[in-house]
Design a protein around this ligand. Structure first.
Ligand SMILES: Cc1ncc(COP(=O)(O)O)c(C=O)c1O
Length: 390
């Protein structure tokens, strides 16, 4: 199954996915799988969505323009996102790591005019694989082989406000970066009140507050960006990618105009960012979320939560905690999460082993109640099978 022509960066499962329809994907042998990973939170409208198909077909006459010229889909998407983010300005790129790289350049550039450059991030956070994003990502396995990294970064414990305050005092930081829910390290939730308090601390210490909403954004948790569940959270910069264009590569940075103005023409850019193909499809996602999608995520998210809690209550020895929001869920296991993932795959369900021995579920946002019930039956059978293996 393995192609010798590809670099061996991934430990892939021996499955070749060939097509998809709704929340189901099919391999080359025709076996079907409930896709409760959605390409790691990307395929927000599932597979082969008719409106995505139409947007792609209509983009065929002009796939790319470069940023020397304007194009209507990018202009419309920027207007929409700006309105949703209460007047923030938008920069388009092509992935989450690039969005964070651009966000970091905004923090540094804005800070440089005030003699500040240090950036504080959170232990357990994940922000991508480019050098700046790795400097923000303190987990040694992701970054230690690539030292030396860019200078001027430190990390404090997530949910520890006192640690953040003392680091802000010590470093005169230009900015603080965090995820509203830490995805890769196992769906780790911010404590109630924490995001608002971080936001207030940043503003009290003249540091910018950057929210990495790459995984939590675009409806994943039932709101636009994943931090609005609590009032008073007021970021200066927000980064997006993953589900923004339902599977077409895209990223975006939103920033308050005063922060956005810190980067001057020529100081940042990208060839592909904001192309008509990606931005047309992103408009379909935004329209779906506006036209009832956010409420749908909250409604079916509750179904998923109830199902996971029920599995936990029937398997108290194997399941520790169930945590998440909307359609982003983690189940802390006392059995090896990788074994459960493998059994789920064998039985036709795609889920993911995240950090902290967590089973992570990120189904397409269009998932329906009956899909959830059927998929969770597969999950429970797989869990029971691993329990039986001892
Ligand atoms: C919170 C967060 N930020 C950034 C990234 C990096 O995104 P990409 O893989 O598109 O570069 C990820 C990817 O998992 C993520 O979860």
């Amino acid at each position: 199954m393995w192609s010798d022509a590809m670099m061996k960066f991934y430990r892939r499962y021996p499955v070749v996915l060939a097509r998809g329809e709704g929340v189901t994907v099919y391999d080359e042998e025709g076996r079907s799988y409930f896709d409760f990973l959605a390409g790691i939170g990307v395929s927000s409208l599932g597979h082969n969505h008719p409106r995505v198909r139409t947007a792609i077909e209509e983009s065929m006459s002009l796939l790319h323009t470069s940023n020397w010229y304007w194009n209507r889909p990018a202009m419309s998407l920027a207007e929409k996102l700006s309105r949703i983010a209460e007047g923030m300005e938008v920069f388009f790129c092509n992935s989450g790591t690039e969005a964070n790289e651009a966000g970091l350049k905004l923090l540094r550039r804005f800070g440089s005019e005030r003699g500040r450059f240090h950036v504080i991030s959170m232990l357990g956070g994940f922000h991508g694989r480019t050098m700046g994003a790795m400097a923000l990502t303190p987990t040694p396995q992701y970054r230690d082989p690539f030292r030396p990294l860019p200078d001027g970064f430190s990390a404090v414990a997530y949910n520890d406000l006192a640690a953040l305050e003392s680091e802000l005092q010590k470093t005169q930081a230009a900015g603080v970066v965090l995820e509203p829910i830490q995805g890769e390290s196992g769906v780790v939730m911010a404590k109630p009140g924490y995001l608002r308090q971080v936001s207030e601390l940043c503003h009290a210490y003249d540091a910018l507050f950057m929210v990495d909403a790459v995984q939590t954004g675009m409806g994943r948790t039932g709101t636009w960006f994943g931090f609005e569940h609590e009032s008073g959270v007021s970021p200066d910069v927000i980064t997006l990618a993953k589900g923004l264009a339902a599977g077409v590569p895209v990223g975006a940075v939103l920033a308050r105009p005063t922060v956005a103005d810190a980067l001057r023409p020529g100081e940042h850019g990208t060839t592909f960012g904001g192309n008509p193909l990606a931005t047309s499809v992103a408009m379909v996602v935004v329209a779906w979320l506006e036209q009832g999608g956010l409420d749908h995520v909250k409604r079916v998210g509750k179904v998923l939560e109830d199902q996971l809690e029920a599995i936990k209550s029937r398997h108290p020895e194997s399941v520790g905690e169930v945590r998440g929001r909307g359609l982003m869920w983690g189940m802390v296991l006392n059995l090896a999460n990788t074994r459960v993932v493998q059994r789920c795959l064998d039985r036709g369900l795609l889920v993911n082993a995240a950090g902290g021995n967590v089973l992570r579920l990120l189904p397409p946002l269009v998932v329906e109640q009956e899909d959830i019930i059927a998929a969770m039956a597969v999950l429970e059978q797989s869990l029971a099978e691993v329990e039986g293996e001892g």
